[in-house]
Design a protein around this ligand. Structure first.
Ligand SMILES: [Zn+2]
Length: 370
């Protein structure tokens, strides 16, 4: 909550209502929250003083005085998201509407060295310096990682895709002067997609990047499971005694559907793989067909378990729009109940989803704690 001046619970409730509804009149607020009009007027003035809302014209009226429309100021606060992967670093700045103000993605192979951390600090500072941004409005930095993070959002429980030590949070403490927390990359991306869909319906996100992960969202939040380890779809066994996975087990989905399965054919360049595929290269078509066969098994299993939309995301997801029909067709043939594969959808974000989702934590917290 903004400082001082006797902000009450009504102040926060009114703000949250305008935020959720996108726009409200005094009368709508009175009806939804059962608060007296003088109290509403008082709090709207405080919200305006704090730069959190503005008047945006009037609603059309069939008679009498037209009602003012109140909206939230999207740029009243910002959050920064950083996505650290094996070979890249992505930085995004988002506002309260989760709009991407600016983003950057650069090749920057991860290594656990002071040189890397110095470089990270420098890149973030350079990125912030080029924004015309009041730094006091920056709520915090969400850092997305290919790792399982404990519920304190600081301790790394499991990480093998990149070699992160359990005390990574402490190791990067000198990089930032802003609050920061760590988030699982797939959960963050799922959250970003769920918020973008603006729906409270259950939704499942399958992340197909250099590793395979996912998230199950319900009510706009990720379902963490008992130990914050839920939705590790990459380690579901889809082929008993199958290919060896990096986790040490055999037949995991990761071994069949990570982005590497495709990009290994084009020297690690996934875009190049899809270029070849779209140009009709028969060898690549065969590889991709087999890839989709395994993906369809996984997607169908997930549909059986969760009975909700499945979003195909991660780096592979960002190239899937031309092939989603093929995947749907393969998934339908495995399912005795479904007549349509329309529940399988392409992701909205291309490469920024994880960083956006990690940053969104601070936006969510700001709204909730208002
Ligand atoms: Zn595995």
């Amino acid at each position: 909550m903004p400082e001082g001046k006797n902000r009450t619970r009504d102040f926060g409730n009114i703000y949250r209502l305008i935020y959720e509804k996108k726009q409200c009149s005094r009368q709508q607020i009175a009806e939804e929250l059962s608060i007296s009009l003088p109290t509403i007027t008082h709090n709207l003035a405080l919200l305006k003083d704090d730069g959190l809302i503005y008047t945006s014209g009037t609603f059309s009226s069939t008679g009498g005085r037209k009602a003012n429309i109140f909206r939230c100021v999207p740029d009243a606060r910002y959050a920064l998201g950083i996505d650290i992967t094996q070979n890249h670093l992505s930085i995004v700045l988002i506002n309260l509407n989760l709009d991407i103000i600016d983003s950057e993605r650069m090749r920057c192979p991860f290594e656990d060295t002071s040189l890397y951390y110095d470089n990270l600090q420098e890149k973030v500072e350079q990125f912030l310096n080029k924004q015309s941004l009041d730094r006091d409005k920056l709520l915090g930095i969400g850092i997305s990682l290919p790792a399982i993070i404990e519920s304190d959002q600081k301790t790394i429980f499991y990480a093998t895709v990149i070699s992160l030590l359990g005390n990574f949070y402490e190791r990067i403490s000198s990089c930032f002067i802003y609050p920061y927390l760590l988030f699982n990359d797939a959960s963050s991306a799922g959250l970003a997609e769920s918020w973008h869909s603006n729906s409270d319906k259950p939704m499942l996100y399958l992340s197909l990047s250099s590793s395979v992960g996912g998230a199950f969202m319900i009510g706009g939040k990720t379902f963490p499971g008992t130990h914050s380890h839920s939705s590790e779809f990459g380690h579901m066994c889809i082929v008993p005694h199958g290919k060896r996975c990096y986790c040490g087990c055999y037949g995991c989905l990761d071994a069949y559907c990570s982005a590497k399965v495709l990009s290994d054919f084009t020297g690690g360049n996934l875009m190049e793989f899809f270029k070849e595929l779209s140009s009709g290269n028969p060898g690549y078509r065969r590889v991709f067909d087999e890839y989709l066969d395994y993906l369809a098994i996984a997607v169908n299993n997930l549909r059986m378990c969760y009975d909700c939309d499945v979003i195909i995301g991660g780096t592979v997801g960002s190239f899937m729009s031309d092939y989603i029909k093929d995947l749907r067709q393969k998934a339908i043939t495995l399912n005795p109940f479904e007549k349509s594969g329309d529940y399988i959808l392409c992701c909205h974000y291309r490469t920024e989803a994880s960083a956006v989702g990690a940053a969104a934590h601070y936006i969510d917290q700001f709204i909730e704690e208002m």
